[in-house]
Design a protein around this ligand. Structure first.
Ligand code: CU
Length: 172
């Protein structure tokens, strides 16, 4: 009885390896959908300024390349006739935010051209701009490149109309 393993040890070890692999998958997807999309940046830390023009219903430029860890000052202007948003997030977060925006519109706080004083839209990763308005957003991107990010407008119908652009995160 001092040598030879019970027959189930190998299977148990295999199960442990699978469990570890699943834990890693869970950690990776939590990162993609969790807070690791970056964070609001400090003005003193800005590496670069990028101008974004919003039109009905697209962005210029339509995609961005950013170095991991970079702090970017986005100067955003709405040249369209509709209200638009510039929001940096993972795709699943945009989907959630679209539901919030739909509720604002259903309650009458958000219209095609603006947000009223009672409509709450306070998100550090987003600018919501009326026609003709401009704004600034400073964002520090994650220090790794393994997250999928998009900049998008979650005003109802706009994302579906193509108002979304990919953020290509380059390893630093
Ligand atoms: Cu829009």
């Amino acid at each position: 009885m001092t040598h030879g393993r019970p027959p189930r040890t190998g299977a148990a070890r295999g199960f442990a390896v699978v469990a570890l692999a699943l834990a890693l998958v869970a950690a990776t997807s939590a990162r993609a959908h969790g807070p690791e999309i970056g964070a609001p940046g400090e003005p003193a830390a800005v590496d670069r300024t990028v101008e974004i023009v919003m039109r009905d219903t697209r962005y210029e430029p339509a995609r961005l390349t950013v170095t991991a860890g970079e702090t970017v000052r986005f100067e955003v202007v709405n040249r369209g006739e509709l209200v638009h948003e510039f929001n940096i997030a993972a795709p699943a977060m945009h989907a959630e935010h679209q539901a919030e925006m739909q509720a604002l519109m259903r309650d009458g706080h958000l219209t095609a051209t603006g947000l009223d004083a009672h409509g709450e839209h306070d998100h550090p990763n987003s600018l919501l701009l009326a026609p003709g308005a401009g704004g600034e957003l400073i964002w520090t991107f994650p220090d790794h490149a393994d997250v999928e990010l998009e900049f998008a407008c979650n005003v109802p119908g706009h994302y579906e109309a193509g108002m979304v652009g990919a953020v290509h995160l380059r390893g630093s």
